[in-house]
Design a protein around this ligand. Sequence first.
Ligand SMILES: [Zn+2]
Length: 147
Amino acid sequence: MRKHCHCGQMMNLGFRTVIFEGIYEIDNVPIYECEECSHYEVLPEVKVELTDLLARLKEEGFGEWVDFSEQNELAGLILAVSDKWTGTEEASFESVLERQCEEQINLLLDLYGGAKQLGDLEWMDSISKRLQPLSKFVRNRQISSTN
Ligand SMILES: [Zn+2]
């Protein structure tokens, strides 16, 4: 996946280990990087979750090393698609990812329906948190493709 950098070059999406305050290590964070000016930015769709995760690490002493792709389904899907990507596919990376996101969203919506029937508010809440980055990604894709 690619995105324009402020310097005019394209940035490529990759996965990096991010270390906060020299203590907390978050592995597999999807980050756009520019080869030209070494500007980088976290994938916008997971920014909120990354900040939340860091806050949780600090509060709960949740561990000093976390694999972000296991905490965030969008990051997990991107990593899974990247791992299998050969570069010879006819479809674009984004469209394959979008399809996988939609499948996962449908699955989570079914699960949400089940949780709702049970009246399990905590479960409903955790499912909607899982849904957020996925639906953000699909929504941003639809906005950019209509432009
Ligand atoms: Zn740049």
